[in-house]
Design a protein around this ligand. Structure first.
Ligand code: NAD
Length: 425
């Protein structure tokens, strides 16, 4: 199976499904996972395709296609976001659902994995049209979802408002308000404190652990961050407050660099006022591709997938790669980074702070009792520190690099749950 997947990777390096399958095969083989279990874990548990008729503002009716895939409910309700994008495919949703299973297992929260998507272009739709799509999509998948079954969250082009509409539609059908059916809601509707910062905070926590392990000091660590959005912006703000030296921020239109460290709050203000990070007084502008390759202690890609590939991996000069984004490194690039001794904190660990605080949101909604921000942050820290320790111990014990270790740990946990439950027949 590994040989088959590896051959495909050569010609399909940037296909996330192929990358995920290749990593699964590698981890399953190392783990000596039973062949039957491998079959179960490779396949989604349930896949639903819906066709959603929606009235557009101009009076026409359009039919949109949506998906919800539950990869696994072995360890608890399925968990995963819903994305709205013109290029959503069932294959992509499948891969992302499996990814969620592994991520929840790595941080040991009692969820399985799911993902959803609707093929549409939100930039061409009004708020009223988006609301009608969201509500009809929710109505079509209503038997699938629920606090005990499958708990959606925001993803690409969906947000707190989308979650509020899903929660309301679900609650209207159930004839009672049920806030725990989705996470990523507005605070006023049962959202959790600390959720917007959670992914960036998680990145900072695991980076601190990695620095400690390599005997480096945060105060002298030079950090390069790609993406100044939710994950990258929050990570930059929190890391800079914690004393890291953020020397470079990379955005889609270029990068800014200051060897002494950037003033992140001032850079955020500059971007708000001018629409770009470029031209910032406290830094010099730089080419974005060159910036990715600069010598640094921590490189934190937090923009998009397939940033580090076989084309540039050999020229990455970071001590630590903390994957804030999902899938920023290809399967081929993994080998090159490992050969060059780069300490990789894989995405399914590094950016799991987001789903961890989503879990906290679900717990708070079910309890009807809300935590303060300090409680959220300290529980997040505990989970991220323990998960980091679990992954690196696994890596040491099995003599593999961190990504394979994270997959092995996840497969082991999900496989054990399935074994203990047995097959219902
Ligand atoms: P976002 O849209 O808030 O931010 C992304 C930023 O990256 C934007 O500022 C964008 O301009 C920039 N960007 C886009 N293309 C770029 C390029 N080619 N080079 C440099 N910068 C570029 O998105 P986000 O929520 O921060 O998510 C970023 C990544 O993190 C995605 O891969 C996402 O799946 C992953 N992730 C996010 C969360 C979360 O809680 N938001 C959780 C887990 C994983």
């Amino acid at each position: 199976m590994i040989a088959e997947a590896t051959t495909s990777v050569v010609s399909n390096e940037t296909n996330p499904w192929i990358s995920a399958a290749a990593r699964f095969d590698e981890a399953a083989a190392r783990l000596g996972l039973d062949e039957g279990l491998q079959k179960v874990l490779r396949t989604s548990a349930k896949e639903l395709t819906v066709h959603i008729p929606v009235l557009l503002d101009d009076g026409r009716i359009e039919v949109f296609t949506g998906y919800r895939v539950q990869h696994s409910i072995a360890r608890g309700p399925a968990k995963g976001g819903i994305r709205f994008a013109p290029d959503v495919t069932l294959d992509e949703v499948r891969a992302l659902a499996a990814w969620m299973t592994w991520k929840c297992a790595v941080v040991n929260i009692p969820f399985g994995g799911a993902k959803g998507g609707v093929i549409c272009d939100p930039s061409l739709l009004s708020m009223a049209e988006l609301e009608r799509i969201t509500r009809r999509y929710t109505a079509e998948i209503i038997e699938f979802i629920g606090p005990e079954r499958d708990v959606p969250a925001p993803d690409m082009n969906t947000n707190e408002q989308t979650m509020a509409w899903i929660m309301d539609t679900y609650s209207m059908h159930m004839r009672h308000t049920d806030t725990a059916v989705v996470t990523g809601k507005p605070l006023e509707l049962g959202g959790s404190r600390g959720r917007p910062e959670a992914t960036g905070r998680g990145c900072m926590i695991v980076t601190l652990q990695a620095l400690r392990r390599l005997g480096l000091e945060p105060g002298s660590a030079r950090v390069v961050i790609q993406g100044f959005g939710n994950v990258g912006g929050m990570a930059a703000r929190l890391m800079s407050r914690a004393g890291f030296r953020i020397v470079c921020i990379i955005e889609y239109d270029g990068a800014v660099y200051n060897a002494a460290g950037l003033d992140i709050e001032a850079l955020m203000k500059h971007r708000r006022e001018t629409g770009s990070i470029l031209g910032f007084e406290g830094a010099e502008d730089m080419d974005k591709d060159e910036a990715l390759l600069m010598e640094c202690d921590v490189l934190l890609p937090a923009a998009k997938e397939n940033v580090i590939t076989s084309a540039n991996a050999a020229r990455i000069r970071a001590r630590i790669l903390c994957e804030g984004a999902n899938g920023p490194t290809t399967f081929e690039a993994d080998r090159i980074l490992a050969a060059n001794g780069i300490f990789v904190i894989p995405d399914i660990l590094a950016n799991a702070g987001g789903v961890t605080v989503s879990y906290f949101e679900w717990v708070q909604d079910r309890q009807g009792y809300f935590w303060n921000e300090q409680q959220v942050n300290s529980r997040l820290e505990e989970i991220m520190v323990n998960s980091f320790r679990d992954v690196v111990s696994y890596a040491d014990k099995h003599n593999v690099h961190n990504r394979t270790a994270a997959y092995m740990l996840a497969l082991d946990r999900v496989g054990t749950a399935i074994r203990l439950r047995g097959l219902y027949a």
